[in-house]
Design a protein around this ligand. Structure first.
Ligand code: ATP
Ligand code: MG
Length: 484
């Protein structure tokens, strides 16, 4: 359609000057007219524009297509609005959207252009595209499957859905999220969970069984967040983390921990039994023979002729030796396992141990026994007693204390043993040191019985060790064994 329209220049000029769009007229490629809007976005005064080669305004990259468009237009071929860039007078790039028409101007063929500065929209769109690209690269960097749902239909899926579920992202779009679950009931259940939770809160997570495309069942940590302030149109984002292996590993770890605990309990029981047996044998066998020997000695001494002084002297020395040996046997057997603990119980054993400690170390040791009557499992009593012994040993070895206070008490169903000294004070570092095997051993003993051990020290003021253990419970790991 090659035609030229009559052109009322005055009318057009008036309209063009007040237009919010750009209006210009080109003849032989040069501006004959450019309205204020164009002057403004291009940055040139009217004077400078008139006669200017229009192509010189166009960004070099877009010149080719601009020329092509001009030729097509002159040939009368239709084309829709097109975008191109210009370089403004101060060197900036701006985006322009333009349509052109062929007209007759002052008796000759000319081009009438209508243009619009779309730089801002264009930049906003570019920023949005960048953001979207960034967003999807972030989503694809996440190792968990991330999907977007709209009324339970996939409208988005990241690349990781392939690794987690075996689906390619594009295969899911438009389908129901039912695909990721084992059966309808599961699918209904999780939908109910999500939609009820997300009515009230932004996010919700749960472990849930899922199914891969190849039919393999996996356990996932599923986290859902609603999009927006409310759960409108059930738009949510859900992530799936395959925790099948981790859960398995955790179970195995827990099982082996349990085994270790049982083994530890078993070993301690065996050791205590062994000690008890040796203590009893030393006490009974050696003790009795030695007492018999001592009685024989005094029988012999009484029958020695009074004149034989050196023999009497020897006999007295032998008697003394027998006495100290009997004493040593008694001490060794009590150290192995105080009979008191079995015969009179924990409180008596602690009282005795405190007194013994005071006599031997010269450190004043006062025990307050306020727990009253209690029936403790034999092994629990042993555990507490051994912890007590270790605290005393540590005080003797490290504390440089002059006074120790012991309190055996109870708090409801818990038995509590507190040992305080006024020595140099243990440091945080020493408490947490992985090499503090004495402390680790005490803590482990308390843990085996579901209790805990707390140690605190303050420099120059002393150290407190506090063990707290529930009283009534079966022996850990070895119910029957403990009862023997
Ligand atoms: N009552 C205390 N006062 C001051 N320091 C203490 C006290 N008890 C423990 N410590 C510090 O804590 C450290 C760790 O104690 P732990 O019983 O674990 O080890 P240890 O007594 O050195 O060796 P062992 O393994 O023979 O018990 C000690 O070396 C000591 O420095
Ligand atoms: Mg120690």
């Amino acid at each position: 359609m090659s035609h030229s329209r009559p052109f009322d220049e005055d009318l057009y000029r008036t309209l063009a000057n007040s237009s919010q769009a750009g209006v210009y007229i080109l003849q032989d490629g040069k501006f004959q007219f450019a309205n204020p809007h164009i002057q403004e976005y291009a940055g040139y005064a009217e004077k400078a524009m008139l006669g200017m080669d229009s192509i010189s305004l166009i960004h070099p990259v877009d010149r080719m297509s601009a020329r092509r468009n001009a030729v097509r237009m002159l040939k009368g071929q239709r084309f829709s609005p097109y975008e191109f860039r210009i370089i403004t007078s101060d060197g900036r790039t701006k985006w322009i959207l333009e349509t052109v028409t062929s007209i007759s101007y002052r008796g000759r063929r000319a081009v009438l252009g209508n243009s619009m500065n779309i730089t801002e929209q264009k930049e906003a769109r570019n920023r949005l595209e960048e953001l979207e690209a960034l967003e999807s690269s972030i989503l694809d960097a996440i190792p968990h499957a991330v999907i977007g749902l709209h009324n339970r239909i996939f409208n988005f899926a990241n690349n990781a859905v392939k690794a987690v579920f075996g689906w390619r992202p594009e295969e899911l779009i438009g389908k129901s999220v039912r695909l990721l679950y084992r059966r309808d009931e599961d699918y209904e259940e999780i939908a109910r969970l999500f939609y009820t939770a997300l009515e009230k809160q932004r996010t919700f997570s749960t472990k849930f069984p899922c199914r891969r495309r190849d039919g393999v069942d996996i356990l996932c940590m599923v986290r859902a967040s609603r999009i927006g302030e409310t759960l409108r149109e059930r738009r949510i984002v859900v992530t799936y983390e395959d925790i099948t292996e981790r859960t398995q590993a955790e179970r195995e770890l827990e099982a082996s921990r349990e085994e270790l605990r049982n083994l530890s309990v078993h070993q301690q029981t065996v050791r205590e039994e062994e000690r008890t047996r040796i203590a009893r044998e030393i006490h009974d066998e050696l003790g009795q023979s030695l007492t018999a020997l001592k009685m024989d000695l005094s029988w012999l001494k009484n029958r020695l002729p009074p004149a034989l002084k050196p023999l009497h002297l020897k006999a007295r020395q032998m008697e003394q030796l027998a006495d100290t040996t009997i004493e040593a046997v008694r001490r060794i057997s009590t150290e192995l396992r105080p009979g008191l603990l079995d015969d009179l119980g924990l409180a008596a054993a602690i009282e005795w141990q405190a007194e013994d400690f005071q006599n031997r170390s010269g450190i004043a040791c006062e025990a307050r026994l306020e727990a009253g009557e209690m029936e403790l499992h034999r092994d629990l009593a042993t555990a507490l007693f051994r912890i007590f012994q270790e605290t005393l040993t540590n005080i003797a070895r490290h504390a440089a204390a002059s006074r120790v206070g012991v309190l055996l008490d109870r708090d409801g169903e818990r038995i509590i043993l507190t040992v305080t000294d006024n020595g140099r004070g243990i440091t945080k570092k020493q408490i947490d040191d992985g090499q503090s095997f004495g402390i680790i051993g005490m803590r482990e003993r308390a843990h085996l019985w579901g209790g805990d051990l707390r140690i605190s020290g303050s420099r120059g003021e002393g150290t407190t060790v506090r063990v707290s253990i529930p009283m009534r419970q079966p022996a850990p790991g070895s119910r029957e064994e403990g009862q023997r």
